[in-house]
Write a protein that binds this ligand. Structure first.
Ligand SMILES: [Zn+2]
Length: 113
């Protein structure tokens, strides 16, 4: 399962970070997930919950969902892509360049001493 391997690597990173600070534990994990990253938010949350189930003080998972946005190379308009239509809504120019929506990374980690 794709989401399970993501959660495993995210938790590994969180634990490595906590290990750098003696006695610290991770309280919050922020993830950025792009609309086109292929990651399902609900199954990601489900995998996360099941993997921290044995933890008496599990970290909170916060998911930032980023819509697919494209930038128009002609008029500079930044717009949200809907229904795979990448033509600029401002001037009709196509194709436009993707600027966000493929993210799948850790935005932040919160630690408590
Ligand atoms: Zn345009």
């Amino acid at each position: 399962m794709h989401e399970m391997s993501i959660v495993t690597s995210v938790l590994d990173t969180a634990h490595e970070e906590a290990a750098k600070h003696a006695g610290a534990r991770v309280t919050k994990i922020g993830l950025r997930i792009g609309e086109w990253s292929g990651v399902d938010r609900e199954s990601l949350q489900f995998c996360f919950d099941s993997m921290v189930a044995s933890d008496p003080n599990p970290p909170v998972l916060e998911i930032q969902y980023l819509p697919r946005q494209n930038l128009c190379g002609r008029c500079g308009e930044l717009f949200q892509v809907k229904d795979f239509d990448i033509a600029c809504p401002g001037c009709g120019f196509s194709p436009t360049e993707p600027v966000s929506g493929n993210e799948m990374d850790i935005a932040y980690l919160e630690l408590e001493e």
